[in-house]
Write a protein that binds this ligand. Structure first.
Ligand code: URP
Ligand code: ZN
Ligand code: ZN
Ligand code: ZN
Length: 468
């Protein structure tokens, strides 16, 4: 048996902050020993490896439940593969990804899932799991949902946006929700009224409004709020819980808050781009704004306060990245002269833990809330608890030693994502990942990558564990 001790750090989980040493045996956390305890003195003696975390935080590895690696969109594929994307995640202290396998129209869920297993197997630096995107709700795909739940695919994303691509109508959504109410799966919703958005986009293009900023303008706040409201009502009718992805608008947060005030099992995630970026970025001159095109879109700055507030009041429970990178050269450029052709998505898997630590430094959230929204809640919500998201005996030893005082400047010149620009170019943040263990194995050691493609394993998930 291999024993590692992480000593002298401040261990932070969603529920406590404690001066403790962490004992790891093989791939698991064996014990947390508080430093007052007499056991602490002898802990390092029998260890194969001792990691000194003096002045550092010792936190669970991040759990990012929304990534799109090697994802087909807008006639191209997102630029991070499972190899490069999971490596970048590790650099940023994230040790579990839940990526979206895609059902192609006219094909079985099984084919999509098999294809995503093939993309990921043997290539990942850290552990991964899958949700499934339902592109076509039919009797056959509804039946397949039950089978997939049995294989650890316990959540399904549906789209009220992107007509002709991933879009489902209300009847299809209701059927999928009814099935989820039966089989225990969680429905994740992209809540934007895509039918109305497409009308506004067509009208904008006809007026000659082709620049990236019009992407944000036609994807109106009201159409996110309306779709969020409708998704909540459909979930109520079906008797199913609901998780709304990438919430960006204040009015959508208000819909979730109203539903939760009624006691409904409705949950929401937001992403760092909505907390730190805005329509000012989309309006950057030339074609620069294309770097910031994603859906839901970036919003005017005044929406940020509502998102931070939602994270504090627990009307939003999770921060994921929706990492879906496309290079500026050759990919974002597909939409020069027509914003509807810009592939949607931003890079970010590497920076989530750091940006949320910056939010701690800035006073938006507490340290424990940082771990709750980035590790613990996403793990519980998506059936990864008790393996992931916490540091407790029996949990996977996915551990990050975090230096809360180091500063770093984010840049495409230094990041590890396979994309030729950074949406955070030049931004300085306080805090930095120093060492990362994935199931006890070093992946990042004092700021050097020592991991291996293929170390990361597929994690079948249990049913979602809903919180309050
Ligand atoms: O713009 C985005 N978010 N691209 C990825 C696909 C999605 O809707 O999550
Ligand atoms: Zn087929
Ligand atoms: Zn989406
Ligand atoms: Zn997404």
């Amino acid at each position: 048996m291999s024993r590692t001790v992480v000593q002298n750090g401040l261990v932070i989980t969603a529920t406590e902050e404690v001066e403790a040493d962490l004992l790891i045996e093989d791939e698991r956390v064996a014990a947390l020993v508080t430093r007052q305890s007499t056991l602490a003195r002898d802990l390092a003696a029998g260890a194969d490896r001792v990691i000194d975390a003096t002045g550092r935080y010792v936190i669970p590895g991040g759990v990012d439940v929304h990534t799109h690696l090697d994802f087909p969109f807008g006639g191209t594929f997102s630029s991070d593969t499972f190899e490069t994307g999971t490596r970048a995640a590790a650099w940023g202290g994230t040790t579990t990804l839940v990526d979206f396998a895609v059902q192609s129209r006219g094909h079985a869920l099984r084919e999509g899932l098999d294809a995503w297993h093939a993309k990921a197997a043997g290539r990942c630096a850290v552990d991964y799991a899958f949700h499934m995107i339902l592109s076509e709700v039919t009797e056959a795909s509804l039946k397949e949902m039950d089978q997939l739940v049995g294989e650890g695919i316990t959540s399904f994303k549906l789209f009220m946006a992107y007509p002709g691509v991933f879009y489902s109508d209300d009847g299809q959504i209701l059927r999928a929700m009814q099935r989820a109410a039966d089989n225990g799966a969680l429905v994740m919703m992209h809540a934007e009224n895509g039918i109305a958005i497409d009308v506004l986009a067509e009208q904008a293009l006809a007026r000659g409004e082709t620049d990236p900023r019009h992407h944000g303008e036609v994807r109106r706040v009201l159409l996110e709020a309306e779709a969020t409201h409708r998704a909540v009502q459909l979930a109520r009718v079906a008797g199913a819980p609901l998780y709304v992805v990438h919430v960006s608008a204040r009015e959508a947060v208000a819909e979730l808050a109203a539903a939760r005030d009624m006691g409904l099992p409705v949950f929401g995630e937001t992403c760092p781009q909505y907390l730190f970026l805005s329509t000012d970025n989309l309006a950057e001159p030339g074609f620069e704004g294309a770097k910031y095109v994603c859906s839901t879109p970036l919003r005017p700055r005044e929406h940020q306060a509502a998102l931070w507030r939602g994270l504090r009041t627990n009307d939003l429970q999770v921060v994921s990245t929706d990492h879906c990178p496309f290079c500026f050269r050759g990919q974002k450029e597909l939409g020069r002269g027509d914003f509807t052709r810009i592939p949607n998505g931003l890079p970010g898997v590497e920076h989530r833990m750091d940006l949320l630590h910056q939010a701690v430094v800035d006073g938006h959230i507490s340290r424990r809330r940082w771990i709750e929204i980035a590790c613990a809640t996403p793990a519980r919500m998506f059936g990864l608890h008790p393996k992931k998201g916490t540091l407790a005996p029996g949990a996977d030893a996915d551990v990050v030693v975090y230096d809360p005082t180091a500063t770093q400047t984010l840049s495409a010149a230094t990041h590890h994502m396979n994309v030729d620009y950074s949406v955070y170019e030049g931004r300085t943040v306080t805090g930095r990942v120093e060492t990362v263990l994935s199931r006890g194995a070093p992946v990042i050691e004092n700021g050097t990558y020592v991991g291996r493609a293929g170390h990361g394993s597929f994690v079948p998930r249990s049913l979602c564990q809903y919180l309050d």
